[in-house]
Design a protein around this ligand. Structure first.
Ligand code: FES
Ligand code: MG
Length: 577
């Protein structure tokens, strides 16, 4: 065991021979813990988002056992604790509603307990950012271990991807290309092992972001959930966090502006989810790093997308790992001078570049060379204009190139229910050149900014063979989804944003190359329409939803709560008795 270099915060609980020390130790001993656990060795929290209601994280208790082995081996003492687990597939109205709640849970659990450093066990979309947000607000040493992706989905001897297959099969069903039996037959095959979505959806994206930020060991993002090497990585992460506790390698030393710039560039190279724009902003806000939407244009645009994964491309996370995983991508970026800050520090004490400079690259089809990118100009397109004064986003790699510059007639839905009601009406006046607009699905309006922005196309157009249309909303979309979809319009309609003013028949211009999103009406007309009351879904919320609606920031600010932004540190609180 490395000798402690400074007094650990847990000694404030366990290191005193007084009444309080007695109480803290005695009750812990009811778990069969021997005296030497309290001899001043680092107490390592294992913050676990395990839950049977979060299927993507349902195997995390097994992973925690391997983390513990590493912690014991390095002379630390592990304490596993549960935090709120927001699973994407079950939680309504959206797992995003509780990302901030989970982050508060994490922050308060860390600060209030005898924890010197923490392993963040996450996996499903919102759990990874929530845990990083909470830990960043405490600024203690932390390492991310995600659960890893599911094995490739299988249907009729073909690979199918989590989420992406659902959207595709559902459109095929509506178009009459498959029947209900074929549609439902995909269920078991799509999700056939433990783990998170196997596409480059938000879960895989955020796992890659955690690795690119330097907050996890190399290869954490891609190793399949059921691959024994995932358990080895958990073991090694447990071993490493003990060293981090001794070194006081806190998150603020890793989550620097440089780390976020590396992550933004990486997101472009992997064809990552639009949700990363919101989550990275929220994490940066907690650690005090300034980040704005234009950083995505400045750092991300012009970066080639190298990773050929669904929903932008063809393959799945298994293939990504076998091809070399994220280290292979980072090496390719670095060798072409596209890694903004190779010197950025990571959790293993080495620089990002040191970790990847010799990373093997096994498959140029899955992780492409720069000379043959999947998309030459990847990244996230940031849009502004009178329809989105505080920005909107679009993912060009998942869009139709011919629609990236488009002017069309608006067909407007006041909310999700209005959309669902109108879209199946074959008398709806809509054609493939129209722009579908949905309001009141933003942070306050939904509430929680649900992943409903990739509105399915009208069945009558699907039957005609239409594959894509421009869609605009203040919602988010699943990282597994695709299409020419403008998302995160800010301010949202329910907060008085101009989206609220759009009417059927207005014309809207989208121009991704120029970053422009324009509602073709006069400024005076826009102002007059916005002065009229907006019939939003807002109001009538109680409990946590009340707190959420009152305090959530807009998408361009990361949808954190106004009072949660910032780092509050991990000073030991006052005595409890
Ligand atoms: Fe959990 Fe996709 S639903 S990772
Ligand atoms: Mg998702």
């Amino acid at each position: 065991m490395t000798p402690p270099q400074r007094k650990l915060r847990s000694t404030e609980w366990f290191g005193n021979a007084d009444k309080n020390g007695f109480m803290h130790r005695s009750w812990m001993k009811n778990q069969g813990i021997p005296d030497h656990a309290f001899d001043g060795r680092p107490i390592i929290g294992i913050c676990n988002t395990w839950s049977e209601l979060t299927p993507c994280n349902a195997h995390l208790r097994k992973l925690a056992e391997h983390v513990k082995r590493g912690i014991y081996e390095a002379g630390g003492f592990p304490v596993e604790f549960p935090v709120f687990s927001n699973g994407e597939s079950n939680l309504r109205p959206t797992a995003m509603l509780t990302r901030n709640l989970a982050s508060m849970d994490v922050e308060e659990a860390i600060r209030g307990n005898p924890i010197d450093a923490v392993v963040l066990l996450a996996g499903c979309d919102k759990t990874t950012p929530a845990l990083l947000m909470g830990a960043a607000s405490c600024d203690i040493p932390a390492i991310v271990v995600t659960g890893g992706p599911m094995l490739n989905g299988k249907l009729e001897n073909k690979d199918i991807g989590s989420g992406t297959a659902v959207w595709q099969l559902h459109e095929s069903l509506k178009a009459g290309a498959i029947d209900l039996h074929q549609f439902l037959a995909a269920e078991g095959g799509m999700s056939r092992s433990a783990g998170s979505c196997n596409t480059m959806g938000t879960a895989s994206t955020m796992a890659c972001m955690a690795e690119a930020l330097g907050t996890s060991l190399p290869h954490n993002a891609a190793i399949p959930a059921v691959d024994a090497r995932r358990y080895v990585l958990a073991h090694m992460s447990g071993q490493r966090i003990v060293g981090m506790a001794h070194e006081q390698l806190t998150l603020s030393k890793i989550l620097t502006r440089a780390a976020f710039e590396n992550a933004i560039r990486t997101n472009a190279a992997i064809g990552g989810s639009t949700n990363a724009v919101i989550h990275l902003k929220a994490i940066a806000g907690r650690i005090g790093v300034p980040l704005d939407l234009e950083d995505w244009t400045r750092i991300g645009r012009g970066t080639p997308t190298l990773v050929d994964l669904q929903p932008s491309g063809r393959f799945l996370m298994e293939a990504f790992y076998y091809a070399g995983g994220l280290p292979a991508v980072l090496r390719r970026l670095g060798e072409n001078h596209l890694l903004p800050h190779p010197e950025a520090l990571t959790v293993n004490g080495k620089t990002l570049w040191d970790n990847v400079r010799q990373a093997p690259q096994y498959d140029d089809e899955v992780i492409r060379p720069l000379s043959q990118p999947l998309v030459a100009d990847g990244g996230i397109c940031i849009l502004r204009g009178n329809l989105a004064p505080r920005g909107a986003v679009l993912k060009p790699s998942a869009a139709s190139p011919e629609l990236l510059r488009h002017r069309g007639r608006a067909v407007v839905f006041e909310n999700l229910e209005h959309y669902k009601e109108r879209i199946v009406d074959d008398s709806l006046d809509i054609d493939a050149s129209c722009v579908m607009v949905m309001k009141n699905c933003g942070p306050k309006g939904y509430p929680g900014m649900a992943e409903v922005g990739n509105m399915g196309l009208p069945p009558k157009l699907l039957r005609q063979g239409v594959k894509d249309m421009v869609r605009i909303s203040d919602a988010r979309m699943s990282g597994t989804a695709y299409g020419t979809v403008v998302l995160h319009v800010a301010p949202e309609a329910a907060a008085g944003g101009p989206l609220a003013a759009v009417r059927d028949g207005d014309f809207i211009e989208l121009d991704c190359a120029r970053g422009r999103l324009h509602l073709d009406i006069s400024a005076a007309e826009l102002a007059a329409r916005l002065a009229a009351p907006n019939a939003s879904d807002r109001g009538g919320h109680g409990g946590y939803q009340r707190l959420y609606v009152d305090h959530v920031l807009q998408a361009d600010e990361g949808c954190d709560f106004d009072f949660l932004v910032g780092c509050r540190g991990a000073a030991v609180p006052r005595h409890s008795h």
